[in-house]
Design a protein around this ligand. Sequence first.
Ligand code: PLP
Length: 836
Amino acid sequence: MSEETVTGPNGALEATHPLALAPVTGPASNVDGFVRQFLRNLNYERGVPLSASSPNDQYFAFAMTVRDYLMARWLEDLRRQRVTQSKSVCYLSAEYLLGRQLDNNLLASGLTDIATEAMAQCGIDIEELRAQEVEPGLGNGGLGRLAACFIDSLATMSVPNIGYGIRYEYGIFRQTFVDGQQVEQPDAWLELGSPWEFPHPEFAQTISFGGHTETYDDEGVTRSRWVPSWNVRAVPYNYMVPGYLNGRVNTLRLWSAQATNSFDLRVFNSGDYEEAVRAQTYAENISKVLYPEDSTPQGKELRLQQQYFFVAASIHDFLDHMVADDFGLENLADRVIFQLNDTHPVIAVPELMRVLVDEKKLEWDAAWAITQKCFAYTCHTLLPEALEVWSVELLGRLLPRHLEIIYRINEEFLLEVRERFGDDEIRLRDMSIIGEFPERSVRMAYLATVAGAKVNGVAELHSQLLRDKVLPDFNEFFPGKFTNVTNGITPRRFIRLANPELSELITSALGTGWLTDLERLRGLESYAEDPDFRAAFREVKAANKRVLSDVLRARDGFEVSDGHMLDVMVKRLHEYKRQMLKLLHIVTVYEGIVSGRVDAASVQPRTFIFGAKAAPGYAMAKRIIHLINAVGSVVNADERVQGRLKVLFPQNYNVTLAERLIPAADLSEQISLAGKEASGTGNMKFALNGALTIGTDDGANVEIRQLVGDDNFFLFGMAEPEVEALWARGYKPAEFYQHDESLRRAMDLIASGAFSGGDRSVFEPVVSNLLYDDRFMVLADYASYIEAQAKVDAAHADEDAWTRSAILNVARCGFFSSDRSMRDYIDRIWHTPPAF
Ligand SMILES: *Cc1c(COP(=O)(O)O)cnc(C)c1O
């Protein structure tokens, strides 16, 4: 296509282009149709001709063309969800870590080839368009990514679902390093707009806060009502969630906060314009920014506002639009299940009670019976500090009626406990939804457990520990309430899109169909014995390393050396995940070389890659990031190492980077202290992309190891009962330091200032934390870890055996598809019909 035919004489429209003149009759299901629709979008939606369009214009027009193709199906599914009376899954999650949308939506609609050809015809490099998209980072890590995988699976399985959440104007911060230290930059992902969202201000909900409660006489019945003092508008933005090649499109509905007209009124009343604008800003702050804390909630007022804001909007949205006016609310559980993704949305429980009792005027007991059937709760943690609590003072000030309702729920619950167990004051104190220390507060996990029809952990071990250690009284009191659903990941994004070469190889062996029936990967087991297949598999890995190398060069200026094992640890920076243990291994190998005890030429070449964001207020995590970077600068520059060790820490780990790193990895680091990682999902992504795992018996590692077999997994470290026993005996990390020479040398090297230009104070807090506190028992597991790493080296030296293990990891991990997770939720918790 020449420039003349593209740019029309009248400039604005591609008028001389034959396709621009032809009528648009239907979806862009062929190359000509795609080009035509693309040009129309460029002209009519962006207001530019192709010749004057920027890459961003082209990206928008391209995305809109994909959108147009999905539109008819989306509208049909929206209609169907409204008119059919089948049960919907409302997934309530404060986070959705979506990753880029363009490729996913192309894949789901089967348009990839057509679109690629269409762009080629327009002389556009589709890679450049891909690069335009800023990923919506509306989550911190695993929990938010899980929500994104789940809605993908539900759409692919044709299960009616609405994902409800918050349209944060700023998602997870963009991480930069300045002198090796993390500096956070705002993530202005909406700066250039998003082609994927559809605002619907006409369906806004008004969400109230503050004020007081009062009772009144309602024809002889004393009722309560809430008289709030301020409110905001919740405006829904809809996003398509297309199923994979099944013509289904579900909806993700994210709420954005806007000031209500009452704020304008204040301008007139007060005459204080500035104050009125300030108040408006206050309202809009609610959806301004994602809290960047992963597993350590801070109890901030704005966060409770966010939580109530989005769940109240979601419940009212569902009741207003999905439930007919004459529907008997006593049967609400036949229409909906609200799945609570951790405790963040749990304030939805008293909100539904308030609606049913105060607004719909149901009896308390009837309302409670309904509520208990409409919610289910997923717990995501074992860390006590991650269990969310809200001070009674704050909750009562922001949501006074909800606090009353929570008190009543608790009162009636404790009455039942008393009936069952007698006046066991310790048990009553331990089970109370209201905690007293260090201040009177609402324990959201307890509220969710009492209210939920089911409570699930996210891996077998986690669910067992929930029952036995975290909530044992509740497990005893509610037999059958606790269950497990092991997490999963969507193979569409994390195999097909992230690793197209492996996908092709799998398809060449197994045919199509495995992407929606991942257990079929079992068929690869026999191929593990086939030398040609192994060679092809190795070639895929090598090709993925080349892709990664290009990405890291362009993105971070890194060079990835050929012939290195890629040893990757990517996940949030948290002490329990033990990036320090990985670092001690690196420092140990390095120390061996520089002290002359180890011949560098005998060291297997390895590149260690880290990716991790630290919560901005988490000082120790930020120090560890600094230390990793410091070790990297020293090791990478030291000629004695002869280039055999490299430490790379690309900044800003996100979904887009994960999609490049994971397919290239040889070794997956899953080394949390046993009993601390609820599940992990990174571990699954790696195994399914043919990396071997070095890991503890923690979270879903347990299930991965059971499936792949001990020969194909590097297990190390204490198991959870041993951890408990060591705590009970009294853990003294300094003793491990004293008795292990190799550990002592590594720690001493860090303490000596070798990685901080001789300044011993910089990393002193990290070292003394390990020596004198070490909550996550890094030193106790060190020796075992080093030993397992030696086994890794030995195993990697046998290329064929390693490849065989890698193939078996892929073949045996089909269980970890999030489609299977969804089936488990349906069977064990939701009891929704499988399809609409
Ligand atoms: C999968 C994923 C996570 C979760 O990783 P874990 O190793 O399970 O903690 C975090 N961040 C991103 C970007 C991911 O894709």
